[in-house]
Ligand binder design. Structure first.
Ligand code: NAD
Ligand code: G6P
Ligand code: MN
Length: 435
């Protein structure tokens, strides 16, 4: 019987995670689930934790959901630890968005200056979780969702020296859920190959005869078919000529780079509209609605409204990964894991987001091969930017933080870059003991 620990248990996504575990119970017989949160999230955890217990009580399975603010108590003898916490909660995200926007730069949860600061706040916490795990559950797997998921996962491997870690994201899941029907196929008829970084990967698709169908999906999307773009990303189309030449499907987040001008304009328009505000401000509203629903003692299943969140279906990846490790199923899942040559344009020991087979020994990245110059250039720039961010997050070195800012394509280099960095350092002081 399996013990699961979820750190950041007060998240509004927790019911989705429960649904995923209930669905897979035969393959993954869970005995207990421990939700862990902090004082600031206690009330949220109590509401969503009661809801989680009702979901299990309505199922045929006997599983107890424990709630605690004592992380170490929860981690004792855990088999799988999932992380979905948000250091500083949504108020910190809103600062990550509003401060860069106020200087005319992109303010976004995982991209640009905001994404860098989310890493700065999160990496010290994840490393302290790893230290606890070394002591309390040295054989457990760490399944990370906490954003920026790629950098946080890489920091666990590189600075935490913890190998049993897998990073996840819902973006590949959404693409694989929606794209097959754009060409009249089902997912099990297709073979997907992903490679790149978290929120910066591309993919190719093949049919049951081994013929590549990537271009057919691209064409179908330009005919208006739904390719599974997450709810949090504005639907600015890619240039078709670019994709026809690239011959790969970029992930939804690539539009912040390939259509930077339009995405920034869209973000600034919402930022300047008092009725709308930034994505974080909009999410605050959705979250409040969700918690009102969760309070209903008769609600014992995941509500529809969760689909308004950009991360919908993320727990499918989490539960599928855990079940595949536990039962050594070797299923194809897109994960952040050690490169090991799958993407030869990047170092073998860095983290990449790739198609992998997931079994008892973890993830085996599937070889993708060399990229063309345009993608290779982007990828190497972004990976090295990530390295600078992680190093600054660990050391608190101001010069290294500035290096990351100047390298990041969302931050025009110059006086304003330094001003945004300084302002964010002050705004988040409470959560940045390393600086
Ligand atoms: P949220 O704001 O609801 O935060 C979840 C919980 O984390 C809160 O209850 C909060 O109190 C708690 N928390 C904060 N600091 C903590 C700490 N030090 N230890 C333990 N708990 C702590 O967040 P959310 O919107 O549910 O998202 C949670 C995280 O998951 C975020 O980092 C988000 O970016 C990420 N996310 C990732 C994906 C993905 O695709 N990888 C999808 C969805 C969400
Ligand atoms: C997704 C991403 C997640 C991110 C989420 C934001 O699509 O994969 O990593 O956390 O969107 O959604 P939100 O509803 O919080 O803006
Ligand atoms: Mn993601």
């Amino acid at each position: 019987p399996v013990k699961i620990v979820t750190i950041g248990g007060g998240s509004s996504y927790t019911p989705e995670l429960m649904e995923g575990f209930i669905k897979r119970y035969d393959e993954l017989p869970i005995r207990e689930i421990w939700l862990v949160d902090i004082e600031d999230g206690k009330e949220k955890m109590e509401i969503v934790g009661a809801m989680a217990q009702r979901m299990w009580d309505a199922s045929p399975y006997d599983v107890k959901v424990h709630l605690t603010l004592d992380r170490r108590e929860a981690l004792k003898d855990a088999d799988f630890v999932t992380t979905q916490f948000r250091v500083g909660l949504l108020n910190a995200r809103i600062k990550d968005e509003r401060i860069p926007f106020s200087y005319g730069m992109l303010g976004q949860e995982t991209n640009g200056a905001g994404g860098i600061f989310k890493a700065f706040r999160t990496i010290p916490v994840i490393l302290s979780i790893v230290e606890d795990m070394k002591e309390l559950c040295p054989n457990a797997w760490l399944i990370n969702f906490t954003n920026p998921s790629g950098m946080v996962t890489e920091a666990v491997m590189k600075y935490g020296k913890w190998e049993k870690v897998i990073g996840l994201c819902n973006v590949p899941v959404s693409a694989m859920m929606k794209e097959p029907e754009t060409i009249g196929k089902t997912l099990d008829q297709l073979t997907y190959k992903f490679a790149g970084l978290n929120h910066f990967h591309w993919h190719k698709v093949y049919d049951e005869h081994g013929n590549e169908v990537t271009q057919d999906i691209i064409d179908a999307m330009y005919e208006g078919k739904d390719g599974g773009l997450p709810a949090n990303i504005a639907d600015v189309p890619f240039f078709k000529e670019q994709l026809d030449t690239m011959k790969m499907i970029p992930c939804g987040y690539h539009r912040y780079y390939y259509r930077q001008q339009e995405m920034l304009a869209h973000g600034l328009e919402e930022f300047n509209d008092p009725e709308k505000g930034t994505r974080g401000q909009q999410v605050k509203q959705t979250e409040a609605e969700l918690f009102e629903l969760y309070k209903d003692p008769n609600l014992d299943h995941k509500p529809e409204q969760l689909a308004k969140r950009g991360g919908a279906h993320y727990s499918d990846a989490a539960c599928e990964t855990i079940a595949s490790i536990y039962s050594n199923a070797n299923r194809h899942i897109v994960v952040t894991t050690k490169n090991n040559g799958a993407v030869p344009d990047l170092p073998a020991d860095c983290a990449v987001e790739v198609s992998a087979y997931i079994g008892a020994t973890g993830a085996k990245a599937i070889a993708f091969g060399e990229l063309q110059p345009a993608e290779k250039g982007w990828l190497q720039c972004m990976k090295n930017m990530e390295h600078c961010v992680e190093e600054a997050a660990v050391t608190g070195d101001y010069g290294m933080a500035l290096q990351a800012f100047i390298l990041n394509p969302q931050i025009p280099a110059g006086t304003n870059a330094k001003r945004v960095l300084d302002e964010l350092l002050i705004a988040h002081k409470k959560y940045l003991p390393q600086f």
